[in-house]
Design a protein around this ligand. Structure first.
Ligand code: NAP
Length: 266
């Protein structure tokens, strides 16, 4: 496997470093990071000496994990053509394949949307490859991204804006709902650790039930609802308040914001 250079070791970059270290121990990792605090954390956590700037080396997989707003300035500092012998994998929200190929002057670009469960190896990453790159690059990208969890390739790049809402934002939306469960549990008299144990197992169990039985989500919900029973009573509140539409509206807004951010580099 090629060497990997991680540019930007914030939340996402650090999760990727941890995943690659664990799943691909033979891969050499170099890091460019401009925050002194993060540089210190990298030294303590991984024994990696990060630099504040990056000069591309041929044959390297470059993982771009800087904020989207920092990308134009980062690219402006690159020597034209210097990324052509690297495979560039971006995790930057909203920055298109076209913008990355143009600003970094290379065709070898994969754009991906990971999420924060990557931190515990349970990420879900959707990615889209520039159509002009070879299958070897696509497979290399798939291998690197698999180090942090599940991976899904999409052919149509516009789906990445929706994946940004679903995969990128999904953990926030689900955690927000988990927060309501936690408030209820604490109010009812469970202690914080009991509440956490219940919520995590309910989330995990529901996810496994959906995945392993391949049942439709509404069918899973219906199965819990005995007519006249407790869940049916609770569900009627969710339906009256139209929680389903509130959530789809939140996803629509998140996807629209991703499209707005897609203006970067155009
Ligand atoms: N967090 C998520 O759930 C998630 C999901 C999908 C995609 N993403 C994408 O992942 C990227 C990183 O997100 P994050 O949450 O990890 O952000 P973050 O925690 O702010 O990390 C970004 C890091 O990059 C550093 N940086 C900025 N410009 C740099 C440069 N030119 N060279 C080297 N380092 C530089 C920043 O340093 P300073 O703080 O000093 O600027 C910061 O430490 C973003 O593009 C985001 O859209 C994030």
């Amino acid at each position: 496997m090629q060497d990997v250079a991680v540019i930007g070791a914030g939340h996402m970059g650090t999760a990727m470093i941890a995943g690659i270290r664990k799943q691909m121990p033979d891969v050499r990792i170099e890091v460019a990071e401009q925050s002194a605090e993060r540089v210190r954390l990298l030294r303590d956590q991984f024994g990696i000496e990060a630099r504040d700037a990056y000069t591309p080396r041929p044959g390297t997989v470059v993982l771009l994990a800087i904020p989207p707003q920092a990308f134009e300035e980062f690219a402006a500092r690159a020597v034209p053509g210097s990324y052509r012998d690297c495979l560039v994998i971006s995790v930057m929200g909203g920055v298109t394949v076209a913008a990355i190929t143009k600003l970094l002057d290379t065709q070898r670009v994969v754009r991906s949307i990971p999420n924060t469960p990557s931190e515990v190896g349970q990420g879900m990453t959707a990615f889209c490859a520039n159509p002009s790159i070879g299958e070897a690059d696509v497979e290399a990208a798939r291998r690197v991204l698999s180090a942090i969890g599940g991976v899904l390739r999409v052919a149509d790049e516009t789906l990445l804006d929706d994946a940004s809402a679903l995969c990128g934002g999904g953990p926030a939306f689900v955690a927000h709902i988990a927060g309501a469960f936690a408030d209820f549990a604490l109010r009812a008299g469970f202690d914080a650790s009991q509440a956490r144990a219940i919520i995590c197992q309910v989330l995990r169990g529901t996810a496994d039930l959906l995945e392993l039985t391949r049942r439709d989500p509404e069918e899973v919900a219906r199965q819990v609802m005995t007519p006249g029973g407790t869940t049916e009573r609770g569900m009627s509140v969710l339906r009256q308040r139209n929680l389903h539409d509130v959530i789809t509206e939140a996803l629509d807004s998140a996807a629209a914001r991703s499209r707005e951010l897609g203006a970067i580099g155009k």
